[in-house]
Every structure is written in C-alpha cells, then in structure tokens.
Design a protein. Structure first.
Length: 178
C-alpha cells in the first residue's frame, strides 16, 4: 500500500485509539498503533506511514512532542497531527516547530483530523481578533509552557511555578479540555 494511505496512531487511551483506527480503516487507511515513544521504532521498520496522529500527553511523564520529533526525523514529509486534551499556545508552537503539520484539541474526530492533514500550509485569510487575553488564559498558557519545558513533570512544574504540586494538579484537572 502506498505511504499516502498509511497511518500511525500514537495514543495511550486504548479505547480511543481503537475507535480512531477503525474509523480510518473504513476510509481506506492501513493503520498501525502504538501507545509510546518506544513503540515507534519497531513499527517504522515494517510500516512506512505518510500520516501520523500523536497524543500530546502519553502515560506517565511521556510527551508526544518527543514522538513528533522522532517521526519527523524519520520522514520529514510525513504529515503529523497532534491531538491534546491539554491545549496551549506553548505546546502548539513547539509541536509545529518539531514537525507537526497541525494541532487539534480533543475532542476531535476523524473528519477533523483528515481535514487537518489537508491544511498543511498556512492561511493568510485567517481572521485576526482584537480580543486581549484574560488573566486566566495567560495563567493557563504559562502553566503549559512550564509543563512542556519540564517534560510534563507535574512536581517539577509546580516547583518552578512556586505552587504546591496538588494545587497544580487541581488546576490542570479543573481546566482540562475535554
């Protein structure tokens, strides 16, 4: 099968990964799945995907950003979409810098992801807003910037932010994008 119809899914939520896989298979993709950065290398030896869907936050302290970097290093032409329930400007920028073509907040479906694969270039017609960021938004972005810098280590991020680990965990749970 040509690389154009081969897809790699890196997702630690097994139920979501299976659902996404079945949906893409119905659309004619050959799908391979893994739940970790370590699982990527063996899959790439037998499966040459043209597309990848990567969850930003994997089990433990693993970051999907490392997966994006590894996949982009393997094949710079691969179209990579990052999915996350913890969207922030800092992680979106880092994902794009590391080689992702798009960044989507969960919940996203197969239509959203396939559309993102098709939007690999920027759009100069995107509407600019004059809305200033709220204090809550700035706090959320700063938290995620520090989380990205610490490899999603909550204890280290809390230390750098000058707050208790449990306070940070509560803020993350309360503001989580579902």
């Amino acid at each position: 099968m040509p690389a154009e119809r081969r897809l790699l899914i890196v997702e630690d939520d097994a139920a979501f990964a299976r659902t996404l896989s079945r949906s893409f298979e119905r659309r004619g993709y050959a799908v391979a799945m893994t739940c970790s950065l370590e699982g990527i290398a063996p899959l790439l030896q037998s499966h040459s995907p043209g597309y990848a869907v990567v969850d930003l936050k994997l089990n433990g302290d693993a970051s999907g950003l490392a997966c994006v970097q590894a996949l982009h290093a393997h094949d710079p032409a691969m179209l990579i979409v990052v999915l996350t329930g913890f969207a922030s400007i800092a992680t979106a920028v880092e994902a794009i810098k590391l080689g992702a073509c798009h960044y989507l907040a969960k919940p996203s479906n197969t239509d959203d992801i396939e559309a993102a694969f098709g939007r690999v270039t920027g759009n100069t017609e995107t509407e600019l807003t004059n809305r200033s960021s709220s204090l809550k938004t700035l706090e959320w972005e700063r938290i995620h910037q520090i989380l990205a810098e610490t490899g999603f280590n909550i204890s280290e991020a809390a230390r750098r932010l000058g707050m208790h680990r449990r306070t940070l965990a509560r803020k993350l749970e309360k503001s989580r994008v579902k």
